[in-house]
Design a protein around this ligand. Structure first.
Ligand code: NAD
Length: 303
């Protein structure tokens, strides 16, 4: 039967434009019933308009799909609760949440005000928190859930002028890592997309010759796969840029284990610089705070 979302109810935030709209149209084609949330604001988060969400709902209905609009802001916990109750009222359930709504307010750090920083983190990080907080008990009750967060290469890799955005986007990865652990026992899988697409948000960022290849419709199949029953992993970041798809992961180097019962000086670390900073033999980080420490202490005979 292939990857499909038949019978599933999905809430997509920021689905009135760009990537969110593309995800919504594909989800509808794959059989999902949708709550199309969008505040209808500008790229920098100014203003509001119901038409963004309403138009996408119309497009989906024209395709023969089922969708209802929600015009709330993800930054308002009451609006987030309403997004979830809209799904329950219209379709009797909720299976999938794609947290996609976002804004930009780029400035070099020297010019970044606390307001610029807070506004962007508020939409990406607190907005996602608000929506997931409202959806979580419903998914727990159903013992099923697929959550797709939207991170960014700006967060995982860094980018000039995007300290607010990158902080919010990488904060989401921390959120995902914990929810992936907490959701597992209730069948709730939490993953993230790290997209690259020319939308109104990115159209002024120079992309040179590659711009025409960065199509939003190439990102949506990755989001649909992450949101489907077929995707059984959790805590994965999938990057999707111009038809390229790959897992993005943090790794820890093989490092150097000193004897923890002996003093360690900064000088000793400086002398072991190469070994400590080497990424040869690096391994993906493991869930939980302790990592491989037990195995390493065993290796040096301390356990
Ligand atoms: P976009 O500006 O086209 O769409 C974002 C949508 O979110 C808009 O329709 C906007 O009205 C809505 N929105 C903004 N604030 C909201 C709020 N408080 N509540 C509800 N809706 C709100 O941008 P896009 O490029 O489609 O971006 C979608 C997501 O993908 C964002 O989270 C963005 O950070 C992320 N992203 C995009 C790219 C890219 O290359 N386009 C790269 C990395 C990450």
């Amino acid at each position: 039967m292939g990857v499909n979302l038949r019978g599933r109810v999905a809430l997509i935030t920021g689905a009135g434009a760009g990537l969110g709209r593309e995800h919504a149209l594909l989800f509808a084609r794959l059989g999902a019933r949708l709550v199309i949330n969008d505040l209808g604001s500008s790229v920098s988060g100014q203003g509001a308009s119901a038409s963004a969400a309403d138009q996408v709902v119309e497009e989906i209905r024209a395709l023969g799909g089922e969708a209802v609009a929600n015009h709330g802001s993800v930054t308002d916990p009451d609006d987030a609760a309403e997004m979830v109750s809209t799904a329950l009222d219209a379709f009797g359930g909720l299976d999938i949440v794609v947290s996609n709504a976002g804004i930009l307010c780029d400035r070099s750090f020297a010019k970044m005000s606390a307001d610029d920083f807070g506004k962007v983190v508020s939409v990406h990080l607190f907005g996602t928190f608000n929506v997931l907080k409202a959806a979580w008990p419903v998914l727990q009750e159903r013992q099923y859930g697929r959550i797709v967060l939207t991170t960014s290469a700006a967060g995982t890799n860094g980018n000039f002028g995007q300290s607010n955005y990158a902080a919010g986007k990488l904060g989401l990865v921390g959120l995902m890592n914990c929810l992936a652990i907490e959701g597992k026992k209730n069948g709730i899988l939490v993953n993230a997309i790290s997209p690259g697409a020319v939308t109104r948000m990115t159209e002024n960022i120079p992309a040179g010759d590659v711009g025409p290849f960065l199509k939003a419709e190439l990102v949506s199949p990755a989001v649909a796969w992450l949101a489907s029953e077929d995707f059984v992993d959790t805590g994965i970041i999938l990057s999707s840029f111009g038809g390229f798809y790959a897992q993005v992961k943090m790794f820890e180097g093989a490092g150097k284990q000193f004897d923890p019962l002996e003093p360690v000086t900064a000088d000793m670390l400086a002398q072991a610089r190469e070994q400590i900073l080497s990424l040869e033999g690096a391994k993906p980080v493991q869930p939980g705070p302790l990592g491989d420490i037990e195995a390493r202490l065993r290796q040096i005979g301390r356990l």
